[in-house]
Ligand binder design. Structure first.
Ligand code: PGA
Length: 284
């Protein structure tokens, strides 16, 4: 905790680099709590876009700890998850509905009917209708106050995988059913007992609704993410690396990295004093 974080801006986006993954996840959790409080003060409710995967597990652990000690309540919170395998049952332990139940929903005072996860059981003929409805529900709830994102090794956000679309086309992508990229399947192999066992398709929030969030926190930890992080921050905007599309809404994006995930970035760096104090406070 004594090592000060470093900060810089790339392509107009704020980047914070923290000494290790544990602290980075705590900082991301604290940004979520700050966003809940600010949205409650303005609109009496907060609408969060949530992510799954191994990286945010510690974010949710932090939120659950804060909830248990009175540091945050979810009674005025509505959540929308980024993605879900398709097809999959919500009671399958590998589903993202089950993940969210384990790591957050069952641990805090969030109303069950306010926790939205794309439904992996919907018949295929109704998928397009479900996806369009999901985007409408977010808008009807007033839009996302904060979208939490991870980044895949291939630069995906949600399950918006690399493609050869133009940037303009990619920026318009709505919530939809997609085919998973080989890198994504390789990374999910452990959960499914082999890459060829990974469910091949998924429902994902589109690029357009992700970028429409009022603020976006993208969290990456570990050296395997360094290349995608550096490309998204310092390379051109391209649909071949979906995280680079965050540059189009740079002013509302905060990258939270640990040192290994930031190892592909060059300075000049400065120290983030306010966040350092806040994280120290949150550690107690
Ligand atoms: P991970 O996934 O947290 O399991 O690395 C991140 C992502 O693919 O978005």
């Amino acid at each position: 905790m004594d090592v000060p974080p470093r900060s810089l801006r790339h392509a107009g986006m704020a980047v914070q680099v923290w000494p290790d993954a544990e602290i980075a996840c705590r900082v991301a959790g604290d940004l979520i709590i700050t966003s809940i409080r600010a949205a409650e003060a303005q609109r009496r409710r907060a609408v969060l876009g949530l992510a799954t995967g191994s990286t945010p597990e510690r974010v949710y652990a932090h939120l659950v700890r804060q909830y248990r000690t009175g540091g945050v309540s979810f009674r005025n919170v509505i959540t929308y998850n980024l993605d879900e395998y398709y097809p999959i049952s919500p009671v399958d332990p590998r589903s993202y509905r089950a993940y969210m139940h384990r790591h957050l929903f069952s641990q805090v005072d969030l109303e069950p009917n306010r926790a939205h996860v794309l439904d992996g059981t919907v018949p295929e003929a109704f998928v397009a209708g479900l996806a369009a409805a999901f985007d409408r529900w977010i808008e009807a709830d007033g839009g996302l106050d904060l979208q939490l994102l991870g980044i895949g090794r291939n630069g995906h956000i949600g399950f918006n995988e690399p493609s050869d679309l133009t940037v303009a086309e990619a920026l318009r992508l709505p919530t939809r059913l997609v085919e998973l990229h080989p890198t994504t399947r390789a990374d999910a192999a452990r959960d499914f007992g082999g890459a060829d066992q990974v469910i091949a398709r998924a429902l994902t929030l589109g690029i357009a609704p992700i970028l429409a969030a009022r603020s976006i926190v993208i969290l990456a930890t570990g050296a395997p993410k360094a290349e995608a992080v550096a490309a998204a921050l310092t390379g051109p905007m391209t649909a071949a690396l979906p995280a680079s599309l965050l540059q189009s809404v740079a002013g509302k994006v905060t990258w939270i990295l640990d040192e290994p995930a930031a190892s592909g970035l060059n300075g000049p760096w400065s120290v983030v004093r306010g966040d350092q104090d806040r994280v120290r406070g949150a550690a107690h």
